[in-house]
Design a protein around this ligand. Structure first.
Ligand SMILES: C[S@@+](CC[C@H](N)C(=O)[O-])C[C@H]1O[C@@H](n2cnc3c(N)ncnc32)[C@H](O)[C@@H]1O
Length: 418
């Protein structure tokens, strides 16, 4: 039973299904769902994410995690739980750079990759790194950080539309053999409740997505942590911006196939990504309801700049790289902070039972600058390995670069050559 035949079977049985149910099947149905058994990231996939673009992303996250560990008075273990870890590349980059940070940080670091999809194998080869398959967060009593990159945008979303008679929901139905959007009554009162709580009134004809899964996710995350931080990195906006009728009258749902934005979710079921921008206002509020304090929301550009990405970029010349590799590394680092690309992503920081100075990634201060600079000067400059792709290289090299799963890790050196 393919993802598409499962969608059709459910519609035939019940007349129509919510868009969220459609998206759940299209992405995660074990036989032929988009995430079942395929690697969507990289030159041969459908899109790039920050870990694949440059290892400086993982290196600077390791520096941020190091500060969290110190703020928490160096618990051991300090657990980093990464939901939506995918192929494990971010784990690889963080762990290999953590090993170069002082005070025995990497001895305390315990890294858990969590993903709901079964693609990839299980052994990591890195001490302290584990992989868990689960949908939800089956942990309790953690001290550390729940860190995710582009996980929340892959949660199935409901779609709503403002019609003459009030708010309606978008469902998927059948017109003859054709899959079509149909509208109907709201399947869940929390849909209207979410918008009301945000003070958002959609304009006539406006379509929008509502990510109800954020609530259970925040409860699970808060319940898993005894003490520590949550760092959520994704594309998205505050609610006012996200639901702005002038800017986004049709919402933010998009589909990706082979690096092309296609925006036709009811076609190519199982072979294209379906994703929607994250409502960071609701993510922060859901966390607050669950006992997580909101510590700050900044762009990825601000976050990585506060952690001195520019110094890492300046230091690239120490590596004596051939000109083409030098250019690819500079381009990769710049792509991480490009304002109209990955740099426009958001970083939401939340905390539970933690007090202390602001996180380094959230704000710059002369005191922080000196400390971060001394850490960064002692790190080898991360450079692209065969596991990464710079955006220009990925497009040009085509078949030269084979993107593969990272388990088991064969090369734990952060400066391993391409
Ligand atoms: C867009 S990919 C990002 C992968 C990786 N974090 C990266 O940055 O390259 C989203 C990942 O989140 C996973 N995912 C989605 N919902 C999840 C959940 N509730 N729990 C764990 N993993 C989830 C998907 O299976 C997929 O591997």
């Amino acid at each position: 039973m393919t993802a598409e035949s499962e969608v059709r079977r459910r519609i035939q049985e019940r007349g129509k299904i919510t868009f969220a149910e459609f998206m759940e099947v299209a992405l995660y149905w074990p036989q032929g769902g988009y995430y079942a058994g395929r690697e969507p990231i990289g030159a041969h996939g459908d899109y790039y994410t920050s870990p694949a673009v440059h290892p400086a992303f993982g290196a600077l996250l390791a520096v941020q995690l190091f500060q969290m560990w110190r703020v928490m008075e160096r618990p051991s273990p300090f657990t980093v739980l990464e939901p939506g870890a995918g192929n494990g590349l971010l784990c690889r980059d963080i762990c290999s750079h953590a090993a170069l940070l002082p005070d025995g940080f990497s001895d305390a670091l315990k890294y858990i990759c969590l993903d709901r999809r079964s693609a990839g194998t299980i052994e990591s080869g890195l001490p302290g790194a584990n992989r868990v398959l689960a949908n939800g967060i089956p942990f309790r009593g953690l001290q550390g950080c729940v860190l995710s990159n582009e996980c929340l945008d892959a949660f199935p979303v409901h779609q709503v539309v403002m019609a003459a008679g009030g708010l309606r929901e978008v469902y998927v139905g059948l017109a003859g053999e054709r899959l079509v959007e149909v509208t109907g009554k709201l399947s869940d009162p929390r849909l209207a409740g979410r918008l009301e709580g945000l003070g958002i009134i959609l304009a006539d004809g406006q379509t929008a997505e509502v990510n109800l899964a954020l609530d259970a996710w925040s409860r699970d995350t808060a319940a898993a942590l005894d003490r520590g931080f949550v760092l959520t990195i994704d594309y998205g906006r505050t609610a006012r911006d996200l639901y702005d009728f002038e800017l986004r009258p049709r919402g933010t749902l998009v589909t990706y196939h082979q690096h092309t934005q296609t925006d036709a979710p009811l076609t190519r079921i199982g072979s294209q990504d379906v994703t929607a921008q994250v409502d960071f206002t609701s993510a922060a509020r859901a966390g607050e309801m669950a006992g997580l304090e909101s510590l700050g929301l900044v762009s990825q550009r601000e976050f990585l700049s506060n952690l001195h990405l520019d110094r890492l970029r300046d230091r690239l010349r120490e590596n004596n790289l051939p000109p083409r590799q030098m250019q690819a590394n500079r381009a990769g680092m710049l792509d991480l902070v490009r304002p109209d690309g990955l740099g426009g992503f958001k970083v939401l920081a939340q905390g539970k039972n933690v007090a202390g100075p602001a996180l380094w990634g959230l704000e710059r201060s002369p005191g922080n600058d000196a400390e971060i600079a001394s850490l960064i000067y002692n790190l080898p400059v991360p450079t692209l390995t065969r596991h990464h792709l710079s955006l220009p290289d990925g497009r040009d090299l085509g078949a030269e670069v084979e993107f593969e799963a990272f388990w088991p890790f064969s090369d734990t050196s952060p400066t391993g050559g391409t």
